[in-house]
Structures are given as structure tokens and as C-alpha cells.
Design a protein around this ligand. Structure first.
Ligand code: 6PG
Length: 475
């Protein structure tokens, strides 16, 4: 046995992760069900480091030092279970199996329990950063036992991205905690991208060409909005299609795909009763984009406003859109982090939100300058919501005029801004002294005797709506 770590599944993410371990001086055992992938990796990069290619699961397991540390980079779902089942007969007590895919955290909980019962450590590990991150340093969100982390943590921290020299990998919590946090990361990723798309759309509707919009994003990336997604937006916008000579973004079909993590975030938020409005709008915006029939019917039957979007001051509009983008982004982070806090309480995970923000500062898809501020705000004290942090509430107060103008002007001109509008409505909802939920309570009591509470007297009340409309206090 010579290898310190093994990777099962050598599609692009697994391959790059294996290379990352090797580049850091670790000896890496390799196994892929289709041998050709292993051979390919050795042919292309075999001399970059120490690899131990295996042709069978037995050989693979035998090549690993104990306790064995095995990273599964296979297709989430059935692929993961099949890999686990093929490994199990060969593993011994104390060995560690890591699932590095985008698994549903509930599946991770089940798998962790199953492997724990056999004396093994199972880790559900969120890995973010795409292909490039896997190779050069991803953000890593590991969930599993503390004892197991002592064995696997240092290796993961070693290959993770670094922010000011600190690894973007930290123990998140037991069983499903890592995959839960990765799920919410992806939910925020959906919202971030939706806001970027809306910013692009508003500027486009105002008459800016793709080049001017790309320049705006490039400029934004030098300030508070500095982030990976803003940076690559200007690159995508700059790309010219070779066959038509048009901007590539103008020839890409406007129907967004999704693999499920955004949907899981919203489903889970519904279960836990945490409002993640902006993430939900972002998932639904992708759904709308893909509903060809619905959109064809809308285009055929629905009219827009007469008003056109003709700003007299383009520079001012660009600044307003920047404010809308920043403020909405803050709201999405606040909602996502609330979900993490609530999930942590629900499952007893004891997740440190400051640590989460800390390991998202580099390597992952949502890495952004804002995350350092979020980290320091959460580290400074227990926040009921990110929005209560002084530097955040102040930033939102400063951004709100531009943010509101964008939502209002876009709406008047018939440009859809579900993300921006949802974000500003959330902001106004949570700061409202009085919400119209009182009327909803009155209606519920009217048709269903669902009762209500009063602002002035303790207790539960009901009005006799179909009789004399007197009020009774429930016993
Ligand atoms: C990451 C990404 C990555 C992937 C997701 C989202 O953190 O590296 O989130 O995991 O992009 O699977 O995919 P969809 O947009 O297809 O749902």
C-alpha cells in the first residue's frame, strides 16, 4: 500500500481533483469503471506526480494506506450507491469514504448512517469551483464525523483554494451538513446569476450594446461587486460567435438548464419555513425561460406597456443597476445564510456561519469581495440576519434609491426583473412595522374560524362572522 488518497470516477472533476492531489505531492490511487479514462489520465499527466492506476476495485483498495481515504467523484445518485457497494466488501474499520459530488444532503445522511454502522467514516463534501477549481484549488465543504475529519481534513485543506493563505476548506458539521451548505451555495449561485442576467437585460432594454454592457461589468468588478461571476460575465459578453459574427450571447438559446441543487434549496426552505424569495424567483425564472409553449402563448396574446426605456442619463442608469445588483446580492446571501442557520438548528449541526463565509471567499463559484465583509460581520456577533449587520444595513440604505428606480423603471417599460423586485420586496417586508398579514388573519377567521391574536390583549380570538359579529376569546 503506497497511496495516501484514492479517487474513484475520473470524469473531468475527478480527474482534476486527482491531479490536484498529485500536484501537492500526494500519491494518488486511481480507479474508473471504464479503464480507458484511467489510461488517458496516466498518458496525459502520469509524469506530473505519483499515480497508482488500478484496474479493479480490489487492486485500488489494496494500493491505499490505512486508514484508506477514498474520494468518490461519480455521478450523484445511483452512481454513488453503486460505487459504495462495490467498495464496501474490501474496506476495513476506520476507512474514510468521501462523496465529492453534488449529492442531496438527505441521501448523504442515509449513507453516513449506513457506513457508520459498519465502522467507516462517510463524508458528504461539497466541492465548488468547476473544472478549474478542482485542479487549482476549489472551495471545499466537508460534512462527517469529527474523528474522520482529523484523517481527511488536512488533505482536503491542502488542495483547497487559499484566501490570504487560509484554506477554503473547514469542517462544517456532521453527516449532511457539508452537502447542505453546498446546496445553499448553489441556491445563492442561481440568484447571483439571475441578478446578473437582469442587470444585462435592463441595460440592453435601455439601448446599450453588448460591448458597453460588458464594459460596465468589467468596471463593476473593480469595486464592491468584485466577484468571479461578474468577472466572467464580461468575458461571456465579449465572446463573438465565429459562424455569425454576432455576440455569442445573442445566438445562445434563451432557455436556462438546471440540475437540481437550486430546486432542492427552495424545497428545503419551504419545509423549514425560511423565506428564500430571491432564490425561488431565480429557479422559477429558469423554469419560465424553458417553457416554450407558455412563452409562445404569452408572445401571441399579451401586450406590453407603451412606455419605452429611454434613460436620459446612461451613466446614472448604469450606477443604479450596479446598486440594484449589489443590494439584491446581499439579500440573496442573507436568505441563503438564514437557511443554513435554520438547517443547522433543525439537524443539530452546529454550523458556524462565519466559517462558511470564510471558505467561500476563494475557489468557489460565488466567491466575491462581499464574503469577507459577511465573514467579519458574523464573526463579530450572533446576527439574527445578515441585514442587521451595521455595514450591511448602511450599504443597503445607500443603494436603495438606485435599486428602487431600476425595479420601477424596468417594470414601467415591461422588462422583467423578478430577482431585483423580489429582493426589494423582501427588504421592505422585513423592515415594515406592520404587514397586511392582519387582513389575511381576518379572512382566515371569516371563512374558517381559524382565529387570530390581537395587538392589545393576550389570547386567541374569533369573530362570529355569520352571527352577530361579536368577538369571543378562546378558552
Ligand atoms: C460549483 C457549481 C457546480 C455546478 C452546479 C450547478 O459550485 O462548482 O455550483 O456544482 O455548476 O451543478 O448546476 P446547474 O446550474 O446545472 O443546476
Amino acid at each position: 500500500a503506497t497511496a495516501q488518497v484514492g479517487v474513484v470516477g475520473l470524469a473531468v472533476m475527478g480527474r482534476n481533483l486527482a491531479r490536484n492531489f498529485a500536484n501537492h505531492g500526494h500519491t494518488v490511487a486511481l480507479y474508473n469503471r471504464t479503464q480507458a479514462r484511467t489510461d488517458d489520465l496516466i498518458a496525459a499527466h502520469g509524469s506530473d506526480g505519483n499515480f497508482v492506476p488500478a484496474t479493479s476495485v480490489e487492486e485500488f483498495v489494496a494500493s491505499l494506506e490505512r486508514p484508506r481515504r477514498i474520494i468518490l467523484m461519480v455521478q450523484a445518485g445511483a452512481g454513488t450507491d453503486a460505487s459504495i457497494d462495490s467498495l464496501l466488501p474490501h474496506l476495513e474499520e476506520g476507512d474514510i469514504v468521501v462523496d465529492g459530488g453534488n449529492a442531496n444532503y438527505e441521501d448523504t445522511r442515509v449513507r453516513e448512517e449506513k457506513l457508520r454502522a459498519r465502522g467507516l467514516h462517510f463524508f458528504g463534501v461539497g466541492i465548488s469551483g468547476g473544472e478549474e477549481g478542482a485542479l487549482n484549488g476549489p472551495s471545499i465543504m466537508p460534512g462527517g464525523s469529527k474523528e474522520g475529519y482529523a484523517q481527511i481534513g488536512p488533505l482536503l485543506e491542502d488542495i483547497s483554494a487559499k484566501y490570504d493563505g487560509e484554506p477554503c476548506c473547514a469542517y462544517i458539521g456532521p453527516d449532511g451538513a457539508g452537502h447542505f451548505v453546498k446546496m445553499v451555495h448553489n441556491g445563492i449561485e442561481y440568484a447571483d446569476m439571475q441578478f446578473i442576467a437582469e442587470a444585462y437585460d435592463v441595460l440592453r432594454a435601455a439601448g446599450l450594446d453588448t460591448k458597453a454592457i460588458s464594459d460596465a461589468f468589467r468596471e463593476w468588478n473593480t469595486g464592491d461587486l468584485d466577484s468571479f461571476l461578474i468577472e466572467i460575465t464580461s468575458e461571456v459578453l465579449d465572446q463573438v460567435d465565429a459562424s455569425t459574427g454576432k455576440a455569442l450571447v445573442d445566438v445562445i438559446k434563451d432557455a436556462a438548464g438546471q440540475k437540481g441543487t437550486g430546486r432542492w434549496t427552495v424545497q428545503n426552505a419551504l419545509e423549514l419555513g425560511v423565506p428564500v424569495n430571491t432564490i425561488a424567483e431565480s429557479v422559477f425564472a429558469r423554469s419560465v425561460s424553458g417553457h416554450a409553449d407558455l412563452r409562445a402563448a404569452g408572445q401571441a396574446h399579451l401586450s406590453g406597456p407603451d412606455q419605452k426605456f429611454t434613460p436620459d442619463d446612461v451613466a446614472a442608469l448604469i450606477e443604479d443597476v450596479r446598486q440594484a445588483l449589489w443590494a439584491s446580492k446581499v439579500i440573496a446571501y442573507a436568505q441563503g445564510l438564514d437557511l443554513i442557520r435554520t438547517g443547522s438548528l433543525q439537524y443539530d449541526w452546529d454550523i458556524d456561519v462565519a466559517e462558511v463565509a470564510k471558505i467561500w471567499r476563494a475557489g468557489c463559484i460565488i466567491r466575491a469581495r462581499l464574503l469577507e465583509r459577511i465573514r467579519s460581520e458574523y464573526a463579530a456577533g450572533n446576527l439574527p440576519t445578515l441585514l442587521a449587520a451595521p455595514s450591511i444595513s448602511e450599504g443597503l440604505a445607500n443603494a436603495q434609491n438606485g435599486w428602487r428606480r431600476v425595479v420601477a423603471d424596468a417594470t414601467l417599460a415591461g422588462v422583467p426583473v423578478p430577482g431585483f423586485a423580489s429582493a426589494v420586496s423582501y427588504y421592505d417586508s422585513v423592515r415594515a412595522e406592520r404587514l397586511p398579514a392582519s387582513l389575511i388573519q381576518g379572512l382566515r377567521d371569516f371563512f374558517g374560524a381559524h382565529t387570530y391574536q390581537r395587538v392589545d390583549v393576550e389570547g386567541t380570538f374569533h369573530t362570529e362572522w355569520s352571527a352577530d359579529r361579536s368577538e369571543t376569546k378562546e378558552a
